[in-house]
Design a protein around this ligand. Structure first.
Ligand code: ADP
Ligand code: ZN
Ligand code: ZN
Length: 741
């Protein structure tokens, strides 16, 4: 009798991370049978307010756990998965990240799933596959436009297309069945095969040089345990070869390797370097994939079918049952930091993940971040250096041109024009780097000094000349017509000031009419395949001028480039952001590294108004490492990150006063609740661009040398801030911010 009463009263509950912008997880009731089935890390359908959402089970509450009497317990709608899709390790990683970066766990988990799984679609979404049997059936289907259309789509995929995917693109199952009756297509139930695929070495490793050998040996000693390495190797010193040889050993043990690369680093060239060394299943995870490709790659990674997982920042959250090694290439690259919404740094998350999974991690770069050098000093990273270029190439020579004293044509100084001509005549290639899109960054009236400024931002309009002439604000997207005459004095004396890539392109075409100028930036390569075309042209040994922005700085191998010209880095030298010199130095070294990678030695010319700048001098007369040492010493003196931990609160509202008042009150509350002098508070201060898209921006920066204590107080303070802010105000928190804009 007693037992029966007990079981009637038992309420089975699970705790669910729901994708809503709230910091709690929510408890739901379910039947005893469902409770038995429910697995932590599996999805569950629940209602939340009036919404129907897909959440993930994060806890099964003990049946006798106390119940909050004031809480109206809801029942789940259904269990979506019969098995966990996120393993314990990834769940711990996600909860840690949510805590550390002060973001709701439900949203963090949601973002880590492929889109179809977020939407509550079944895990075996890709199982029903439709295939074409008759390749010439247009005649048979011509009377139904619907059927003909579906057939045409099916014909594009000879391997077959999953029914769910077809449904999602608007093709109904009924239509497919009707075509099937005509004997044109067939449906197959494909049991998805998630068993691990074999790994074969497809190409012999190169014989490592002395430095490579030393790095490989040191890292291999750390197999099957956590140790973090910084592979600090000059551009072209063969870091990738080191990765490949270590991967070979890890893959041999049946383990998976996660390789993270910067956003624009995931080019066909990068992918093929891994593919040509190893024959195995490589899962590619990046933002350019469509949802079904992404789901498939994710599942291959998550089930262990794929041995190599090659992805951009968010791939760090992929469940990997056999993870044995993490590699994060170009670790200094800013694209590892997510700058909006859930602001996290994939490098730091990767370090945490490697320690959770008990595996080694390699951070690699030719220009390591000051943050990583600091970790080497603290003994948290093991530093390894590659000091020579691999093969026969040697490092290029750097030269500085004083732009104040040299005459210029089209923004390019005459000595530089002379050097460019010399290279082209020798049938070599030239790379001209300018990190500014458009034609000119400023338009000014020469008669009265009027400037074309964005009405919504504290910023100049950029002048663009293609596809048509217009003014464009790069901060809020506003587009205006270029007036014929000055709106203030009505004279026709408007003049573009400064140079952008489009203007330099015109100039180079005028100066060197016999040589092709290939422009590489977001405006010129947005069309699919256009970058590939340019890339192929560069790989042939014809003299060309390559002109571009950041896109050209990253990891590319241009064997025929012998001269790199960097036109304007003065913005980076003068910026107020304490990280600006670091970024500028990295950019210079990375761009310079594109020169002289083949048989001929390279040169680099830097055109600047500040040839005497101490940073430039350290970089040029010593090297990047000396520069980084100097930077780190400066940061120590000023107690700036990484020597203290920083948090940036960004606040945006309709007025300066509103920001000021709110942030002043809130920082006062923080001061009162923490130990004296524990957290240094800067601000409220206006953001570097105070008005952006018509709204006012203000910042508060918190600095503290005790990370644990800082987080302790943040956990209490940040939710208060969110509760108390006026509804018209937006605030966000950025833990370990990389940019102060
Ligand atoms: P990094 O990644 O450091 O910029 P890469 O791995 O791209 O350098 O290497 C640059 C070039 O040197 C590549 O063409 C690579 O094949 C070659 N290379 C690397 N290691 C060796 C080696 N041990 N012997 C000969 N060539 C090598
Ligand atoms: Zn004027
Ligand atoms: Zn604007």
């Amino acid at each position: 009798m007693l037992n029966m009463t007990d079981s009637r009263q038992t309420i089975y509950r699970i705790r669910v991370a729901v994708p809503v912008h709230l910091y709690d997880c929510f408890d739901y009731q379910l039947s005893a049978e469902q409770y038995q089935q429910a697995e932590i890390g599996a999805r569950v359908a629940v209602s939340f307010g009036r919404q129907h959402l897909t959440g993930v089970i994060v806890e099964k509450l003990a049946p006798d756990a106390p119940i909050d009497p004031g809480f109206q317990l809801k029942t789940i709608s259904s269990l979506v998965d019969d098995q966990a899709i996120l393993n314990d390790k990834v769940l711990s990683l996600l909860s840690w990240a949510a805590q550390y970066y002060q973001f709701p766990l439900g949203e963090v988990i949601h973002a880590a799933l492929p889109v179809f799984l977020r939407q509550g679609k079944p895990y075996d979404l890709l199982a029903h596959v439709w295939k074409v049997l008759d390749l010439n059936a247009e005649e048979k289907l011509k009377r139904s436009e619907k059927q003909l259309n579906a057939y045409k789509i099916l014909k594009l995929h000879p391997q077959g297309t999953s029914e769910n995917i077809l449904n999602l693109s608007g093709i109904e199952t009924a239509t497919l069945k009707a075509i099937e009756k005509k004997g044109v297509i067939r449906c197959e139930l494909e049991q998805q095969d998630f068993s691990p695929e074999p790994v074969q070495l497809a190409q012999l490793p190169l014989t490592p040089n002395h430095d490579q050998q030393k790095a490989i040996q040191t890292i291999l000693k750390a197999q099957n345990k956590y140790q973090a390495f910084l592979l600090d190797g000059l551009t072209g010193s063969g870091k990738t070869e080191v990765y490949l040889q270590i991967m070979q050993q890890v893959l041999k043990q049946g383990k998976q390797v996660l390789v993270l690369v910067p956003e624009i680093g995931l080019t066909p060239q990068t992918i093929s370097r891994f593919q040509s060394r190893f024959h195995c299943n490589i899962a590619l995870l990046h933002s350019g994939l469509n949802d079904s490709k992404r789901l498939q790659a994710w599942q291959h990674a998550q089930t262990g079918k794929a041995s190599i997982i090659l992805g951009t920042r968010s791939a760090i959250y992929t469940p990997l049952p056999q993870l044995g090694l993490i590699i994060l290439d170009e670790e200094h690259d800013l694209s590892f930091k997510q700058q909006e919404g859930f602001r996290y740094h994939a490098r730091d998350v990767a370090l945490y993940r490697a320690s959770l999974e008990n595996c080694p991690i390699i951070l690699g770069s030719a220009t390591p971040s000051i943050d990583s050098y600091y970790l080497v000093d603290q003994g948290k990273l093991t530093g390894l250096q590659l000091n020579q270029r691999a093969g026969s190439a040697i490092m290029p020579t750097m030269h500085v041109i004083d732009s104040k004293i040299s005459r210029k044509q089209h923004g390019i100084s005459e000595p530089l024009i002379h050097e460019i001509r010399k290279r082209l005549e020798r049938k070599e290639q030239v790379l001209v780097f300018l990190n500014r899109r458009g034609y000119a960054p400023v338009v000014i009236c020469e008669s009265c000094g009027w400037q074309a400024n964005c009405p919504n931002c504290d910023a100049h309009f950029t002048l663009h000349t293609s596809p048509y002439t217009h003014l464009h604000c790069h901060h809020c997207g506003t587009i205006n017509r270029l007036p014929d005459a000055c709106p203030q004095c009505h004279q026709q004396t408007l003049k573009p000031i400064g140079i952008g890539t489009a203007r330099v392109e015109d100039g180079l075409n005028t100066l060197f009419p016999d040589f092709p100028v290939l422009r590489v930036d977001r405006d010129s390569t947005s069309r699919v395949g256009s970058w590939q075309k340019i890339h192929d042209q560069i790989q042939q040994s014809q003299p060309v001028i390559l002109l571009g922005t950041q896109m050209l700085a990253k990891g590319h191998h241009f064997p025929f480039v012998t001269l790199v010209a960097i036109l304007d880095i003065d913005g980076g030298l003068l910026s107020v952001d304490f990280r600006a010199p670091e970024r500028t130095a990295q950019l210079i070294v990375q761009v310079a590294g594109r020169s002289g990678r083949g048989e001929k030695k390279g040169d680099v010319y830097l055109q600047t108004l500040r040839p005497e700048h101490p940073m430039l001098n350290t970089l040029i007369h010593q090297d990047y490492r000396a520069f980084a040492r100097q930077m780190l010493a400066d940061r120590k003196l000023a107690s700036l990150p990484p020597c203290r931990y920083a948090v940036l609160i960004r606040c945006e509202s309709r007025s300066q006063e509103e920001n000021q008042q709110f942030l002043t009150d809130m920082t006062q509350q923080l001061r009162l609740s923490t130990e004296e002098n524990l957290i240094e508070v800067w601000g409220p201060i206006p953001a570097p661009m105070e008005r952006k898209a018509g709204r006012w921006q203000a910042h508060v920066v918190l600095l503290c040398s005790d990370r644990a204590k800082m987080h302790f107080y943040l956990h209490r303070w940040w939710p208060q801030l969110l509760k108390q802010k006026p509804s018209s105000m937006k605030i966000s928190i950025d833990v370990d911010p990389q940019e102060f804009s």
